[in-house]
Design a protein around this ligand. Structure first.
Ligand code: ADP
Length: 264
């Protein structure tokens, strides 16, 4: 098992390009990073791997459409009659010099960008209006955000004034050989049983855009292989992990199953 500088285990991550070096350079030079790519292709695992490798704590926030700036910075809470300030995850990360990862940042409310802007330029400050404090981010603090350009719509896309504050890394599903090795490792299923599943995933990904919004993710492939390893018949596993999650439309489902029959 690999360990980071603080002795903590480093989660397994198979690099697919120069992303590890890029992230290290960004961290060293105090630059924020934007990860772009489809869901389930390894972005979250990559950030966990990098934070552990750099020996920094990680605070991850899955953004959603109700997430406000106060959810990130913190708020006053009533505790036994007293009002006490509670740091949000972003404030904690700034205080600790940690990595803060905002997953699917476009989902969050607009006021979130207001707190991100002064943190993502050379000021690197986090003003906490409610407490009157202005925190200066220590050198080790790093902001990482991700978004999925696939389900971007006009209302929910990163504004250029925000995205141009980040160094960006594009992610995609790994090449078949690499993906087979990842899925075999994560699921424990034999390499030669995983290879046809990866072939099928790529055949299904090729259908994206016609009737499918998203292709099969590496995460779903791992689910499928895990079910097979656990003893579920392969056809049932493929249906449950690689077909049903992609569509609710019976005709599309039938087409995906035909592709599955022809591919594996
Ligand atoms: P995302 O954040 O892009 O939605 P995740 O990081 O959660 O996706 O990836 C889903 C799963 O796929 C991970 O839990 C991990 O098991 C696996 N995975 C994907 N890519 C890799 C990779 N390059 N190295 C190791 N595991 C990977």
């Amino acid at each position: 098992m690999t360990t980071g500088p603080d002795g903590m285990a480093v989660p397994f991550y198979a690099a697919t390009g120069n992303e590890v070096a890029l992230f290290e350079h960004a961290h060293r030079n105090r630059l924020p990073v934007l990860l772009k790519g489809p869901t389930g292709c390894g972005k979250t695992r990559f950030v966990a791997h990098m934070a552990a490798r750099l020996g920094r704590p990680l605070h991850t926030v899955s953004c959603h459409d109700d997430l406000t700036a106060a959810d990130l910075t913190g708020r006053y809470l009533l505790k036994g009659g007293d009002t006490v300030w509670a740091d949000g995850p972003l404030t904690r990360a700034v205080r600790e010099g940690a990595v803060c990862y905002l997953d699917e940042v476009v989902e969050a409310r607009k006021d979130v960008t207001v707190v991100l802007h002064p943190l993502t330029d050379d000021r690197r400050i986090l003003p906490l209006e409610r407490t009157g404090e202005t925190l200066e981010a220590p050198p080790d603090f790093m902001l990482v955000v991700s978004y999925n350009p696939g389900y971007q719509n006009i209302l929910k896309s990163l504004k250029p004034s925000t995205r141009q504050r980040f160094v960006a890394i594009s992610f995609d599903f790994p090449a078949p050989e690499a993906e087979t090795a990842i899925v075999a490792r994560e699921s424990g299923l034999e390499h030669n049983q995983v290879a046809p599943l990866v072939r099928l995933a790529n055949a299904l990904r090729a259908l994206k855009g016609q009737d499918l919004e998203e292709g099969v993710s590496t995460r779903l492939l791992i689910y499928c292989a895990t079910l097979i390893r656990s003893g579920l018949p392969r056809g049932d596993a493929v249906l449950a992990a690689m077909v049903e999650p992609l569509t609710d439309d019976d005709e599309v489902k039938a087409a995906l199953l035909r592709t599955a029959e022809l591919t594996i």
